[in-house]
Ligand binder design. Structure first.
Ligand code: SF4
Ligand code: SF4
Length: 366
């Protein structure tokens, strides 16, 4: 009997499968729910800032005093209502399904493909759930808007938390089970292709990724000041409209492959799509390893996340089957017991492949 279909005996594992089915059912129901459960409750008052779907702030004009609605006392932090969006609840549901499937050891090839397809369908076609704010927005505009406008915008805080907090609990749960761009790259990587590079210089890729992140933080101040100087030189108010928007520019804009998920079929789209597909055929998640700021942030969190793929040395006989079965450059280091390894997306591919049942996803143990 294949290892990943071994009888499930541990009580946690027995509970994990029904939990996964239940969460998928909740997720299916949430697709038909309104875009935000909190939308009606948060109509902004005159003079407040509301946010367009792409995160652009818009100041609400003052209305006639007699028609102004009574303003309710704000309850809790302003990002809290955004967490109640069906969009973000669906994120959380998918991550919980991922944990349940990992604990149940039920991540077969086709289960994995199905889950990636679900994530891509829900979040990657800009139809079921809106792309914006995208993970890239949450990672960059959270800071650029803070620098340009002096405040952290609540929907970016909410999405940032939705990505980071689960990744603090289980390694890269967002990247492995939710991110539509990650899912797209993984699905493409599953297609047959004669050239594959599972091992590559992770240090070089990670170096580029963190260099970009460092450059991003250094430049957001310079960009803001440069735009402000430019606005003032033509007699404009640098805090107004288009100037403020430009001052939130980030160096990731030209390499933001999340923009592909708007499916605007122009030349830039086609060039970027071809680059991403070819790179993803050869390498596992190239954008994640080399560019994505979320990938960088969550790689740091991997060091402390208790939920992770663990290798039981006493059971491992060194056969290397898991290394052949895994798409990532990570499993080698995990088997060798290294503490610093390339990104593990908790995809579970290595778990079911082990003939001695030495690999598992868990919250305790080495
Ligand atoms: S690293 Fe970025 S692109 Fe890759 S899965 Fe994570 S958030 Fe998505
Ligand atoms: S080590 Fe690789 S194959 Fe195993 S769960 Fe992590 S990313 Fe997937």
């Amino acid at each position: 009997m294949p290892n990943h279909l071994m009888p499930i005996s541990h009580p946690l594992r027995r509970a994990a499968l029904p939990a996964a089915v239940f969460l998928l059912a909740v997720l299916a129901l949430s697709v038909g729910a309104p875009a935000t459960l909190a939308e009606d409750a948060e109509a902004p008052a005159a003079g407040e800032t509301r946010y367009l779907p792409d995160g652009t702030p818009v100041r609400v004009e003052a209305s006639e005093p007699e028609s102004a609605p009574a303003q309710a006392e704000p309850k809790g932090p302003d990002w809290l209502p955004f967490l109640l969006r069906a969009h973000y609840l669906a994120f959380l549901a998918l991550m919980l399904v991922g944990i349940a499937l990992l604990l149940a050891r039920w991540v077969t090839r086709w289960v994995r493909i199905a889950m990636l397809a679900v994530a891509f369908f829900l979040f990657g076609i800009d139809l079921v759930f809106p792309l914006h704010p995208s993970p890239m927005c949450a990672a960059t505009k959270l800071f650029t808007f803070k620098v340009a406008h002096g405040t952290f915008f609540p929907q970016f805080i909410a999405l940032f938390l939705v990505m980071m907090v689960p990744s603090l609990i289980g390694r890269k749960l967002f990247c492995g089970w939710v991110c539509p761009l990650g899912a797209f790259q993984s699905l493409v990587h599953k297609l047959p292709f004669p050239i594959r590079r599972r091992r590559f210089s992770f240090a070089a890729f990670n170096g580029v990724r963190f260099a970009l992140l460092g450059l991003f933080f250094v430049t957001i101040f310079a960009i803001r000041d440069w735009i402000a100087a430019l606005a003032e030189s033509v007699g404009a108010d640098p805090s107004a409209g288009v100037w403020a928007a430009f001052s939130a520019y980030s160096i990731y804009e030209p390499i933001n492959f999340f923009e592909l998920l708007h499916w605007q079929l122009d030349t830039v789209f086609l060039v970027m799509l071809v680059v991403l597909i070819v790179a993803s055929l050869v390498l596992y998640r190239p954008f994640c390893y080399a560019i994505c700021p979320i990938g960088a942030f969550t790689w740091i969190l991997e060091r402390v996340a208790p939920g992770r793929v663990r290798v039981d040395e006493s059971r491992c006989n060194g056969c290397g089957v898991c290394i052949k079965a895994s798409p990532c450059p990570t499993i080698d280091g995990l088997v060798e017991g290294k503490r610093i390894v390339p990104d593990c997306t908790s995809c579970g591919a290595c778990i079911g492949s082990c003939p001695t049942d030495a690999i598992r996803f868990g919250f305790r143990g080495r």
